[in-house]
Structure formats: C-alpha cells, structure tokens
Design a protein around this ligand. Structure first.
Ligand code: AMP
Length: 282
C-alpha cells in the first residue's frame, strides 16, 4: 500500500495507471472505524484498484464546529487500511486542495439544502459537494463508495454526479453499528461514558418506531412520540427528527401501508452532534 500526500505525486501515479483498470474511491476524513472499513472492503472486492482519501475538509465545517479538534491519526489509519487490501491512501494537504483561501467558485445547492443537517450546518453540504467533486476530478474513479449513515449527503452526491455528468457510479453502503445499535462515527470518541450510554437512545428510538409504525396515524404523532421518548434522557438534545420519502427526501403528508417512509434523527450529546436514520416501512 502506498501513501501519497503530495498532489504532484498523486497526479503522476494516476496518469500512469493502466486505462483498463477499474478504480474504486472511498472518500473519508480519517479516524477510521468498521463503518469506513465496510466501504473499503466493498471497493476492494469490486475494483482492480482501491484508493482511500483521508482529508479533513475545512470547507464543510462551520465556524463553531469541531474542525480543529476532529480526530486525526494518519499512522493508525494507514495501518488499518493496509490490512484491508487498499492500493493507495491519498491524504492531500489542504494547501494543495485549496491553493487560494477564497475560491472564485462556490456551489449552491438548491434542493435538499433547507432540511435535515443543512439547517444546523448551513454551508456543510456545499463544502461536501466542493471537496467530493475535486476528489472525483483528481482520482477519476469508476465507482465511489459512501455510507448511508450520511443519507442526505448520499442523496446530494447522487444529484451532483448526475447533474455534473461525472462518469462514475455512486454506491451507497449500509450503516455499520456498534453492539447495542449506536451508529459508528469518528465523533463517538468525543462521548464520555454517560453520553455514550444515552446515545443509544437514538438507534433504540428509531428501531422501536419501526416496530410500531403501524400504530401511528400521522407523522406529527410519530414526532411527538419521539420527542417524548428522548425527553427521558437528560443528556440528549434533539436537533431534528423527520420522516421523509427516501427517494425524494420530501415530507410525507398522508400515508398508507405502501408508503415508503424513512426516519432521520440528529441530536447533541453534550457538544457532540450525532446522526442516524432508519427505513421505517420498507
Ligand atoms: P467520514 O470520515 O465521517 O466523512 O465518513 C466517510 C464515509 O464513511 C462516508 O461516506 C460515511 O457515510 C461513511 N461512514 C461513516 N460512518 C459509517 C457507518 N457507521 N456505517 C457506514 N458508513 C459510514
């Protein structure tokens, strides 16, 4: 496995790759865990060459978010990736990715940017689109792998690939969870013991809702039930809970037994913001 940190070296590597080789890309911000590994394993299985990028992208963090303290451990990440059969770890320097501080071009996402994570993280999705489009240009993959834990991000990137004509397939991979159900996240390391215990309430609430969704006659009633459930946990501060159509991310007004419904949740545990989602009816 080769680690490349300089852009010029990556360009040279990419130029020399034989054109018939299929390339899988797994974009990450590092602090890798089994959730990332599931994406990597799939890429290794489906492609001749697998490239994992590790880049804590400054433009997707808000001014008061955790960019500075985001966990970084390139050595441990590389050791982990070497066991998974990765060909190249691309860990570029921010100065190479964004050579000028203020870029001339800024993305604006029109749909999907007024809901879910985009409300409390106003420029986040635009930052993701910016960095992922740069990574796509640099690596020119055949397939790119993303986790459905970031369901809204996945949906936005599917639109990006379609609208900007990137010649590649976006592959969505299921959420990997810890024993007990907590969705794996690099941010879970921030949680103290009590926060970690109470963080289980997110996935537990989603699972319980899934098992009893037939008993609700409206999305409003589901929301009220979730708020009441989570109010039992003093360390949990709900950011949002939504039930949306998984294909359009539009709100669901009326539903029947056939309606595809997907639940989305975000909550703060102390300073740490966690997200999760679950298909309710399909
Ligand atoms: P991140 O390093 O947090 O930017 O995540 C990199 C990729 O890994 C994204 O596509 C995430 O959706 C995905 N990912 C993170 N956590 C999980 C998880 N628990 N299960 C599946 N995919 C995940």
């Amino acid at each position: 496995m080769r680690l490349i940190t300089h852009l010029a070296e990556f360009h040279a590597y990419r130029r020399e790759l034989a054109p018939h080789l299929s390339i899988g890309l797994v974009p990450t911000m590092g602090a890798l865990h089994a959730g990332h590994a599931s994406l990597v394993e799939r890429s290794v299985k489906e492609n001749d060459i697998s490239i994992v990028s590790i880049f804590v992208n400054p433009t997707q963090f808000g001014p008061h978010e955790d960019f500075e303290r985001y966990p970084r451990n390139l050595d441990a990440d590389c050791a982990y990736l070497a066991t998974l059969g990765v060909d190249v770890v691309f860990a570029p320097l921010a100065a190479d990715i964004y050579p000028q501080k203020d870029t001339f071009i800024q993305f604006r996402i029109r749909q999907l940017a007024d809901k879910l994570c985009a409300v409390s993280r106003p420029r986040h999705m635009e930052g993701v689109v910016q960095v992922v489009s740069i990574l796509f240009h640099l690596t020119r993959p055949d397939k790119a792998y993303f986790g459905l834990k970031d369901f809204q991000q996945f949906t936005v990137l599917q639109h990006m690939v379609k609208e900007l004509h990137f010649p590649l397939e976006v592959v969505g991979c299921p959420i990997v969870r810890e024993v007990g159900g907590l969705a794996m996240s690099s941010r879970n390391v921030y949680l103290n013991h009590n926060e970690r215990e109470q963080a289980l309430s997110l996935s537990t609430t989603l699972r319980t809702l899934r098992s009893k969704h037939q008993t609700f006659d409206s999305v409003t009633a589901m929301k009220q039930w979730v708020q009441k459930e989570l109010a039992r946990f003093d360390l949990v501060r709900l950011d949002y809970f939504e039930v949306l159509d998984p294909d359009t991310l539009l709100e669901i007004q009326d539903f029947d037994a056939e309606t595809r419904m997907h639940a989305f949740i975000a909550a703060y545990l102390g300073q740490t913001r966690l997200i999760d989602n679950l298909a309710l009816t399909y």
